[in-house]
Design a protein around this ligand. Structure first.
Ligand code: DX5
Ligand code: ZN
Length: 215
């Protein structure tokens, strides 16, 4: 079962409700990119937007924290309505504690790896995770080009997952479109995150179905 998480970073912020409505029927969750200008060279959206979306929609909210010190904000994002929280491996000194914290609040805990972070660094963590988010671009911006060796990395993670935690999810984020979604899925991904390919297309609902291979 392939799930699609449209990233609202590429939605129309002046008409966010309308943008979300264009994907609502076909999307499996909404991906919300939180950036702090420190971990990534960009600042995006935060708690009030998560709260506002949660007050209006019941679709699961997948919040991608591209921030340093994510531990300080886990409770707040849980309260704001996140269902799934992703933290970056590169900023967690006590990753196991961070994962436990997220899960103790009843949320799914995912860890994300930047394109330069070796997959094997998660050898001793995957058994505790609900999922891993493989970055297939350098995080910070929508609309970037897919980094090709991500396919090899997804495959390596897929083997690790099958060995240690087969029920874990593999999400992939960055530069995914209708043309390359198939090879991302074949490499082992079961959640596709896509922003510009969905929200900048003429028919976001159709684009999602094409990515799932159902059209
Ligand atoms: C990038 C974000 C992504 C971004 C993806 O740092 O984490 O979620 O929205 O955008 P596209 O699909 O346009 O590469
Ligand atoms: Zn993201």
């Amino acid at each position: 079962m392939i799930r699609i998480a449209p990233s609202i970073l590429s939605a129309d912020f002046l008409n966010l409700e309308r943008s979300i409505n264009t994907v609502l029927e076909n999307a499996d969750m909404l991906h919300i990119d939180v950036m702090d200008g420190h971990f990534v060279p960009n600042i995006s959206i935060g708690l009030p937007i998560v709260k506002a979306i949660h007050s209006k929609f019941t679709i699961p909210l997948d919040v991608h924290l591209m921030i340093t010190n994510p531990d300080n904000y886990i409770d707040d994002f849980a309260k704001a309505g996140a269902n799934l929280l992703t933290v970056h491996y590169e900023v967690c000194n006590h990753l196991n504690r961070t994962i436990n914290h997220i899960q103790s609040l009843g949320l799914k805990a995912y860890v994300s790896l930047n394109p330069h972070t070796p997959i094997h660094l998660l050898n001793d963590t995957v058994e505790y995770l609900d999922g891993v988010l493989v970055m297939s671009v350098n995080p910070g911006f929508g609309g970037q080009k897919f980094i090709d060796n991500s396919i090899r990395r997804i495959h390596e993670l897929f083997k690790l997952k099958n060995r240690i935690n087969p029920s874990m999810s593999i999400a992939v984020d960055g530069g995914i479109n209708v043309d390359n979604a198939k090879k991302v899925i074949e490499a082992g991904a079961d959640i596709i995150v896509a922003g510009s390919a969905i929200f900048k297309s003429n028919d976001p609902a159709k684009t999602i179905m094409q990515m799932k291979g159902q059209l």
